[in-house]
Design a protein around this ligand. Structure first.
Ligand SMILES: Nc1ncnc2c1ncn2[C@@H]1O[C@H](COP(=O)(O)OP(=O)(O)OP(=O)(O)O)[C@@H](O)[C@H]1O
Ligand SMILES: [Mg+2]
Length: 152
C-alpha cells in the first residue's frame, strides 16, 4: 500500500530569482504511514507552515514531488484539490481564518455547504462537532468572543 504522505526532495522558494529570494523548504523528504503520529518542530521561520501548506494542498512546491495516498498532487485539477481539502484533510490554521461576521456555528457549518449537505443535517453535524470540543454553549457567539485556543 502507498504511504499516506510522501514528500520527495521538495523545495519552496518564495520570490525565486529575486534578491529577496527565501528558501523556505530546501530539499525536504518525508514519509508518513497510515495511523502514524508525527510532530514537526523547528525555529520560527524554519518552514513548518510552508510545509503544512504543501501537505494540505493549499500551496504547491517550487520543485520536488508530493504523493498523497500514492497520487501525485501536481496531476490533480483545482476541483480535485478542493475536494481533497474539503473531505480528506483536516487542517488547523496558525491564523484562524474564521469569518468574523458569522457565528461560531455558521463558521463550522461552512465547509458542509460546499459538500452539498442540506441545512438541517448541516446544523446537526456542526453542533455535534462543537459538542465534541466542548464549545456547544458558544455556538451563537462570534469568533472575536472566543479565546485563541477556542478559535483554533
Ligand atoms: N508568502 C511568502 N513570501 C515570502 N516569504 C515567505 C512567505 N511565507 C513565508 N515566508 C518566509 O518563509 C520562511 C518560512 O516561513 P514559515 O511560515 O513556513 O515558517 P514557520 O516555521 O511556520 O514559522 P513560525 O514558527 O513562526 O510559524 C520564513 O523565512 C518566512 O519569512
Ligand atoms: Mg508557522
Amino acid at each position: 500500500m502507498a504511504k499516506l504522505i510522501e514528500l520527495r526532495n521538495v523545495y519552496k522558494i518564495y520570490s525565486e530569482g529575486l534578491e529577496s529570494e527565501v528558501r523556505a523548504l530546501d530539499g525536504v523528504s518525508l514519509e508518513v504511514e497510515r495511523g502514524e503520529f508525527v510532530a514537526v518542530v523547528g525555529q520560527s521561520g524554519s518552514g513548518k507552515s510552508t510545509m503544512m501548506n504543501v501537505l494540505g494542498c493549499l500551496d504547491i512546491p517550487t520543485r520536488g514531488d508530493y504523493f498523497l495516498d500514492g497520487v501525485d498532487v501536481r496531476e490533480l485539477s483545482d476541483k480535485e484539490l478542493s475536494r481533497i481539502r474539503n473531505k480528506q484533510i483536516g487542517f488547523i490554521f496558525q491564523q484562524y481564518n474564521l469569518i468574523q461576521n458569522l457565528t461560531v456555528l455558521e463558521n463550522v457549518e461552512l465547509p458542509l455547504i460546499y459538500q452539498g449537505i442540506d441545512p438541517i443535517d448541516r446544523r446537526e453535524l456542526a453542533m455535534e462537532a462543537l459538542g465534541r470540543v466542548g464549545l456547544a454553549d458558544r455556538a451563537q457567539h462570534k469568533p472575536t468572543q472566543m479565546s485563541g485556543g477556542q478559535q483554533q
